[in-house]
Design a protein around this ligand. Structure first.
Ligand code: SF4
Length: 361
């Protein structure tokens, strides 16, 4: 945005900005100096004013296993940002991006929540995770879908709406809004804004318990914006826009996996105005750095039973398979390991950890 304004004020023709965007879209240029379509004079001016690089993120580390690649970027201000790409056997890729450095909402199952909020990411930092030249250098195509399921509560960050505009604008990233998923623990005011401004974006609401007091112990935001408030917004959204809504249910052994939880969750969904448009994704709890120590993973059999129980109650439900168990692919864990490492700035240990020489500044 600032570059566009600067070029206009400097009296540069409009096509100069388009040349710059074309290089950015192609992810071929890392620095202004690489944008060969621009005259050398202008490249130098832009680098002097905005710094040498086109993207505000520097690659720090990459972790890989068979199907997942997880990278840790550092922003120009020093914030560490995780991005995860999953390669599905069906032949498509999905990217999980972060919206905040850390998170201030303190969900008790979450590694990022244990870190606390460092700051909101800017729209440029959010979009740069998708457009960064690293993916192209690593031989990866632009991902088929992008989910705001990384570090942070996306709807608590107002810059996310600017990021959505850049991601869906044909003049920038040009993604279909239907290929974007917004995950939220229920930041109701901005959920209302999201379904109004971007009705095609898929919404995943984290439920994790149908009982308010218990849910508040898992997701403290429940005290401020109760689950019912978000469900009412999504009710109207499903009815008006005929969009499917996903409810994430993290199954924790001995805590929220009883038959009573199952029956109450099913009843809550049956009360929706269009219950057939609500789909429950049951996720098996996975031990995370910084999460409450008393939480335990349920057996795989119990997860399957829970899904079957919901289905038998007339609720659409599936188990969400998580890729990348060997590399702690749940977002926030690599970052949390950095912050909990004995000496700050020491890379966490991991068999597939690949240090990357920072590019540029
Ligand atoms: S689950 Fe999401 S909202 Fe809750 S602490 Fe973690 S990142 Fe924040």
């Amino acid at each position: 945005m600032r570059i566009r304004e600067h070029l206009a004020q400097a009296g540069e023709p409009a096509f100069r900005f388009r040349q710059l965007v074309a290089a950015w879209q192609a992810s071929t240029a890392e620095t202004f100096a690489d944008v060969s379509a621009l005259p050398a004079r202008l490249r130098g001016e832009l680098a002097e004013r905005f710094g040498p690089r086109l993207h505000p993120l520097t690659l720090m580390h990459v972790q890989r296993d068979e199907q997942v690649e997880k990278v840790l970027f550092v922003s120009d201000s020093g914030a560490r940002i995780e991005t995860v790409v999953s390669h599905y056997r069906a032949g498509w890729d999905s990217m999980c991006i972060s919206s905040q450095a850390g998170c201030g909402l303190g969900c008790t199952f979450c590694a990022t929540g244990a870190v606390g909020l460092i700051r909101n990411l800017t729209a440029d930092e959010i979009v740069a995770q998708v457009m960064h030249p690293w993916w192209r250098r690593a031989g990866q195509p632009r991902p088929a879908s992008v989910a705001f399921m990384g570090m942070g509560e996306a709807l608590a960050n107002p810059h996310v709406f600017d990021a959505l505009r850049l991601l869906t604008d044909d003049a920038y990233a040009g993604m279909s809004a239907r290929r974007i998923t917004m995950s939220t623990v229920g930041f109701a005011p901005n959920l209302e804004r999201l379904v109004s401004e971007y009705p095609q974006v898929t919404v995943t609401l984290s439920v994790h318990s149908p009982f308010p007091r218990e849910r508040a112990g898992i997701i403290p935001l429940e005290e401020r914006f109760p689950l019912g408030q978000s469900l009412e917004i999504l009710d109207r959204h499903a009815a008006t826009n005929r969009r499917k809504v996903y409810l994430a249910y993290l199954l924790i052994a001995g805590m929220n996996d009883s038959d009573e939880h199952l029956a109450t969750l099913a009843a809550l969904i049956r009360r929706r105005s269009r219950p057939e448009l609500f789909h429950v994704s049951v996720i098996r709890y996975n031990e995370a750095v910084g999460a409450a120590r008393q939480y335990r993973a349920p057996s795989s059999t119990r997860v399957e039973e829970f899904v079957r129980g919901l289905t038998a109650s007339g609720i659409r439900a599936t188990r969400r398979r998580q890729l990348g168990g060997r590399i702690d692919a749940a977002c926030g864990q690599l970052h949390a390991k950095y912050l909990t490492a004995p000496s700050a700035g020491t890379a966490p240990r991991g068999s597939d950890l690949i240090p990357v020489t920072p590019v540029g500044r």
